[in-house]
Write a protein that binds this ligand. Structure first.
Ligand code: PLP
Length: 421
């Protein structure tokens, strides 16, 4: 039975994601979309294969799995139901989502405005990969609206930021930045990996394009690597020197048209169907897991703040965070599982890490297991001191990604390690 618009509005996040139907009914009645591992799809005759390649079918078929695949498409449909995006493109990793997005909008001589406080590979992609292609990334303080405005000119193709910067734990006030970007005809591109759709609605705060590393929450516990690019269809790309040449249709912006028909398939960083299967299951438990780890992170952040050995805690829902008001405004829950804390020195950070028994020493975020890392010596370990200073990476900072273990067990592990410093 078809749902009315008001039925959809009343449905919870998990209902929308779980109830999302396949595009075509499975011939065996499978209840979860099967894994279509095949590379190619067969057609009955030459007319129908030609129609598929020329986009002349009423319901598009799959032709080749680098281009589209039923299992991957099913995950994209769940992400659409979760976010309200007009178009979603799943890709091989979060970095593939970032690079495919940027490659869709840039040309030699253009510029992008961004905070310098970025995940290490994103910074490296901006600072090195893009700059050798003639694309300038203008780093600004996203707390300063005048600085953002001054950096924009007629060749600015986008404003980029991470929703909560990793590991600096800052939030750009998107609601305030959005009118400024709209007045200058600049799209807002947000990497929302740190708080997924059940805690944050990107389009409500002005994002035109949203990028997610689905390796994190969506994968259902670090099962697989993946990424997604979401287009809300809210930006008119006519002034973009490249995208302005593409036509805009009711179903697809010039951005999604070029991304899907040219960039994603030419770069070939497609999502694997096995990954799409795991991540579709991850989507179904996302709300439940996100709420549990976010509440646990708040409790652990509060606990750490009360320990004398801890100098500072970074978690935007804490009263002590200068982003608390923005955090409460933007997020419908506690803001995720990532928190940071500072000890007296780098040596104390190493000592604490070495004493932990339950918490694992590993990179990644939003595993079901709690993970700790010293970003200065690892993720940013090969950057020069000058670069680390520019990115605001402190040598006495630890990053914790809280998992699904019992909160009291995690507190005991942290306390016994603090006792040994
Ligand atoms: C905010 C953010 N964006 C993007 C990425 C890259 O994601 P992936 O490792 O899936 O390529 C990460 C990885 O940690 C991240 O934290």
């Amino acid at each position: 039975m078809d749902k009315t618009e008001s039925d959809c509005r009343q449905e919870s996040f998990s209902t929308r994601v779980i109830a999302e139907q396949f595009k075509k009914k499975d011939i065996h009645g499978a209840i979860s979309m099967p894994i279509y591992r095949n590379a190619a799809f067969e057609f009955a005759d030459s007319e129908s294969i030609a129609a598929a390649f020329q986009y002349k079918e009423e319901v598009a078929s799959h032709t080749y799995s680098r281009i589209t695949n039923p299992t991957v498409e099913n995950l994209e449909r769940k992400m659409k139901a979760a976010s309200g995006a007009q178009n979603v493109q799943a890709v091989a990793s979060g970095m593939a989502a970032i690079s495919n997005t940027l490659m869709t909008i840039v040309w030699s001589g253009c510029n992008v405005v961004s905070s310098p406080h970025l995940f290490g590979n994103t910074f490296s992609f901006f600072k090195f990969t893009l700059s050798f292609l003639g694309v300038e990334v203008r780093f600004v303080n996203t707390d300063n609206l005048e600085e953002i405005e001054a950096a924009i000119d007629q060749n600015t193709v986008g404003f980029f930021c991470e929703l909560i910067t990793n590991p600096n734990m800052e939030i750009a006030d998107l609601e305030k930045i959005s009118p400024l970007l709209k007045a200058k005809d600049v799209p807002m591109i947000v990497d929302s990996t740190i708080v997924p759709w059940c805690g944050f609605s990107a389009s409500k705060f002005g994002a035109d394009i949203e990028i997610v590393s689905t390796t994190k929450y969506i994968s259902g516990g670090a099962t697989s690597l993946g990424g997604a690019i979401l287009d809300y269809g809210t930006f008119n790309w006519r002034k973009n020197k490249v995208l302005g040449m593409y036509s805009k249709s009711p179903e697809m912006s010039q951005f999604s048209f070029r991304l899907k028909r040219e960039i994603a398939r030419n770069f070939g960083a497609c999502m694997d169907p096995d990954v799409a299967y795991m991540q579709s299951l991850g989507m179904e438990t996302l709300e439940l897991r996100f709420k549990a780890v976010s509440d646990a992170a708040y409790e652990i952040a509060s606990f750490l703040e009360a320990q004398p050995e801890v100098k500072k805690v970074g978690y935007t829902a804490l009263e002590s965070s200068r982003y608390k008001a923005i955090s409460d405004k933007m997020f419908t829950t506690n803001p995720g599982a990532m928190l940071t804390f500072n000890l007296e020195s780098l040596e104390k950070c190493y000592q604490l890490m070495d004493q932990l028994k339950l918490v694992r020493r590993a990179t990644n975020l939003f595993d079901n297991k709690t993970l700790i890392i010293h970003p200065y010596s690892t993720i940013y370990g090969t950057f020069s001191k000058e670069m680390k200073d520019k990115m605001g990476i402190e040598d006495n900072l630890l990053r914790l990604s809280v998992g699904l273990e019992g909160v009291e067990d995690l507190k005991s592990d942290l306390r016994q390690a603090l006792d040994k410093l």
